[in-house]
Design a protein around this ligand. Structure first.
Ligand SMILES: [Zn+2]
Length: 68
């Protein structure tokens, strides 16, 4: 049994390589998701987010230990 933390939640990856879940992508991303829940790509005033559904990249804020 794996002890690695995983997240069932989809994550978003921005242009700078930041990985964030719905909650940790910031208010712009949250608003974009709320407005267009089925879109796989969101362009906000601060960044450009692409949805990543594979499930093996956890949100950096939820799982900071996994950075680096
Ligand atoms: Zn998170």
């Amino acid at each position: 049994m794996s002890t690695q933390p995983t997240t069932k939640a989809r994550v978003w990856i921005d242009e700078g390589g930041l990985v964030a879940c719905d909650k940790h992508g910031g208010r712009y991303l949250a608003a974009a998701i709320a407005a267009h829940p089925r879109k796989r790509e969101h362009i906000t005033p601060r960044s450009h987010w692409i949805r990543y559904d594979e499930g093996d990249i956890p949100c950096e804020t939820c799982y900071p230990m996994h950075i680096g």
